[in-house]
Design a protein. Structure first.
Length: 373
């Protein structure tokens, strides 16, 4: 009956409204104009994203110093830490992981920067190298703070090297509070002058147009001359997350080919960072572990040659799930931050520094290495 009444009312309205068709045509015209405008604006936005897309060469030499001295240290220590752009602290439920937030408050961000800086400076006297990931230079998510500059100014006696892996003028998600501009990367801090520093671009990326707004993954290599004529290579990496595993597989293949060639030349290699996968056959020796589907499980067994060694401290987690605010008894955790060393390098000590994810969704890992005789 309601439909009949509505039909009668509509018929009366049409009969008693002059130029009804003209009104409908105007409404349709404005609607099509509005939709067309949105499409044109989207195409302009997409075109600008294509033109502005960061496309680094496969290799970019950041430093070459033939006069660099010989690295004479018999033992040396390295800290690897994903500092989460000083915004992935214990209070965030991150939207990429299924949470709601794109960033924490400015005050929280500044507190995190201060705490992270103080921790790194406090470790500087007993550490030779820092390998850091997710270091912002200028990004909306961290209130345009230059974290690389802050750390460089406070780490006196260290040489800083930066490999950009995220350069997007505007990330439009989440729609309600867009991520905005991001300029960020990975950073190596070294007490010793390398002879060469190179950024290596990983192969593969997401399909168009998603690739325009995602990271351009890479690893950053520092080379040091040794007295025996060979070189020590310290590599900082941050491999892909949030993919189906295919990107990480390509990255591992690229890395394997590269480091095998370097080892065959007689060089010594230490690779550290955020792998976004757990080591092969990893079995936790701590509570609250879960096989985290976000990290797509483990590096394949025997993927790297058997005489290469994965080095990690199985006393606690290096990463926590960030789809919810951190709650120690219930939040899933795992280990995805660790080192891989060539057969001519040995690990003397390995330590997880458990900061309980106060300022980042990762905990730092510290290891001491030496050369095998």
């Amino acid at each position: 009956m309601k439909i009949v009444y509505l039909s009668i009312i509509f018929s009366c309205f049409v009969k008693n409204t002059p130029n009804f068709k003209l009104i409908i045509m105007k409404i349709l015209k404005y609607f099509l104009f509005f939709v067309g405008t949105l499409i044109v604006l989207f195409l302009i936005f997409l075109a600008y994203a294509v033109l502005d897309d960061y496309k680094p060469d496969e290799t970019v030499v950041l430093l070459e110093d033939q006069d660099a001295g010989v690295f004479n240290q018999q033992t040396f220590s390295i800290i690897s830490w994903n500092i989460g752009y000083c915004g992935m602290d214990e209070t965030i439920d991150f939207f990429y992981d299924g949470g709601t937030q794109a960033r924490v408050s400015k005050q929280r961000t500044l507190t995190n920067i201060s705490d992270i800086k103080n921790f790194i400076v406090g470790q500087a006297s007993s550490t030779d190298f820092f390998l850091l990931q997710e270091v912002d230079v200028k990004a909306k998510r961290s209130y345009k703070t230059n974290q690389l500059d802050t750390l460089s100014k406070n780490l006196t006696g260290f040489n800083a090297f930066y490999g950009k892996n995220y350069d997007v003028f505007f990330i439009p998600v989440p729609i309600s509070k867009p991520y905005g501009k991001v300029d960020a990367g990975i950073a190596n801090f070294s007490k010793y002058q390398p002879s060469k520093v190179t950024r290596f671009q990983y192969p593969g990326n997401y399909s168009f147009p998603v690739n325009l707004f995602m990271l351009d993954r890479c690893f950053l290599e520092n080379r040091y001359k040794l007295a025996n004529g060979k070189e020590l290579l310290i590599i900082n990496l941050h491999n892909s997350a949030f993919d189906d595993g295919s990107l990480r597989a390509k990255q591992l293949e690229y890395l394997k080919t590269y480091i095998d060639n370097q080892y065959q030349n007689g060089n010594y290699l230490i690779i550290g960072g955020d792998w976004n996968q757990s080591p092969p056959d990893f079995k936790p020796a701590y509570k609250n572990y879960v096989d985290d589907t976000v990290t797509n499980s483990f590096i394949p067994k025997n993927f790297f040659n058997n005489d290469w060694k994965f080095v990690y401290a199985n006393t606690g987690p290096t990463n926590r799930r960030s789809n919810i605010v951190y709650d120690k008894p219930t939040t899933p955790t795992t280990i995805i931050d660790f080192f891989l060393i060539s057969p001519n390098v040995q690990v003397d000590t390995i330590e997880l520094i458990n900061l309980d994810f106060k300022n980042s969704d990762h905990n730092p890992v510290k290891a001491t290495f030496s050369f095998k005789k």
